[in-house]
Ligand binder design. Structure first.
Ligand code: PMP
Length: 397
């Protein structure tokens, strides 16, 4: 079957990790793939998760299937995190939440669901966006459009351009937006700008699809959901894809959620029925372990407080590395202004390094950065920051 068929290209980011692994340079640094690393360069299991897993192993009595939508307790916990425990959305029952295999699974289930009822819609994504957004919605059969987002001149959001484009999105189309810690740029909208976007969504009748993969990595778990609360308050239909991969470190447990918010509880029940039929023919029902562990942390006030502390630790570590990088470059006499890196949020930084510099750093210094210059700031450690600053300073000479 495969004799006449060319191999598919390797995933750009995961392919970079493969190249990194086979590099024999002892000084090599991986600033490519988007996973959190601690200052020892490892991706830790959070202490709150370790504690929950211990309890889980002791108390778990069956490996029987979960419901198609996952455990109801998990869905309730996800809704509390997304909207706040006292939210009107929860009280009125107008959100339908399912446990998906990661944020990726949530995006795909959402895309498949939308394809059934909005078959001719276009999916609009920010320029740039996480590469898999286009891949997922293309695979589900959607055409893709782009709206302006990153302005290389100001190193911020081109909000005027973005809003003007969103004014022209036809009713019924879908607009994907990153709630916080935009991947790959690290630049986000601020409060008043979200109000304007919500107004445009309401007036024009397009469907907001919010990707919320980094709750807690911006300003804090509660602070980061401000935009979600604004969409909820508008009383319109919208989707949220959320993930515990980063904020609970549950990467390989595939622990995410799709939440479909509707204007009324009756509509929400209809939405849930169709989400379930979409899942049934895809993976039938979700894996249990990650969701049960996450729920245990979110249900237990001591574990919850421990988690909030651990998220703050991760967030502060990344912020600290941003500062060390910027200051390290200044200290080495680099003339180019990199101070914007301190202002960016989340794990990523659009560094402004050219593709030539990125290639040079890989060839000569075994420093691996994604093409386009996106740096995973969490790949920097107090042990490698000096080496990375020296290398960038040399490359820019
Ligand atoms: N959305 C964005 C913007 C992401 O960066 C990621 C992870 N790289 C995801 C969704 C999916 O995360 P998960 O690993 O939970 O599928």
């Amino acid at each position: 079957m495969w004799k006449e068929i060319d191999a598919a290209p390797a995933d750009a980011i995961l392919g970079l990790t493969e190249a990194f692994k086979s590099d024999s340079n002892p000084k090599k640094v991986n600033l490519g793939v988007g996973v959190f690393k601690d200052d020892q360069g490892t991706t830790p299991i959070l202490k709150c998760i370790k504690a929950a897993e211990k309890k889980l192993v002791e108390t778990e009595s069956t490996k029987g299937y979960l419901p198609i939508s996952g455990s109801p307790a998990y869905a309730a916990n996800v809704q509390k995190l997304l909207f706040g425990a006292d939210s009107e959305v929860i009280a009125s029952g107008r959100a339908a939440t399912i446990h998906s295999p990661g944020g990726t699974g949530a995006l795909r289930v959402g895309a498949d669901l939308l394809k059934k009822f909005r078959p001719d819609a276009t999916l609009w994504v920010s320029t740039p966006t996480w590469a898999n957004h286009k891949g997922i919605f293309t695979a589900a059969g959607f055409g893709i459009g782009d709206y302006p987002y990153y302005d290389p001149q100001t190193k911020g959001v081109d909000f005027e351009g973005m809003l003007a484009a969103l004014e022209n999105v036809p009713a019924g189309d879908i607009v994907l937006m990153h709630v916080c810690c935009h991947n790959p740029t690290g630049v986000d909208l601020v409060g008043g700008q979200w109000d304007q976007v919500v107004e445009v969504a309401k007036a024009k009748g397009w469907m907001p699809f919010l990707d919320f993969a980094y709750q807690g990595f911006g300003d804090g778990v509660e602070e980061d959901r401000a935009a979600v609360e604004k969409f909820a308050a508008a009383g319109i239909d919208f989707f949220v894809a959320s993930s515990f991969s980063k904020n609970l470190g549950l990467y390989n447990e595939r622990t995410g959620a799709l939440t479909v918010v509707s204007p009324t509880a009756a509509e929400s029940a209809v939405a849930m029925s169709h989400i379930k039929t979409t899942i049934r023919v895809n993976y039938s029902n979700p894996p249990a372990h990650g969701g049960l562990a996450a729920s245990m942390v979110l249900d237990d006030s001591a574990l919850y407080d421990q988690w909030i502390g651990e998220v703050a630790e991760m967030r502060d570590r990344i912020r600290n590395m941003r500062a060390l990088l910027v200051d390290g470059l200044v200290a080495r006499g680099v003339g180019q202004d990199f101070s914007f890196i301190k202002e960016q949020r989340g794990m990523f930084s659009f560094s402004g390094l050219s593709n030539e510099v990125v290639a040079w750093l890989k060839e000569n210094k075994a420093i691996y950065i994604v093409g386009g210059g996106r740096i995973n700031v969490a790949g920097l450690t107090t042990a490698n920051i000096g080496y990375v600053c020296d290398a960038i300073a040399e490359a820019l000479k």
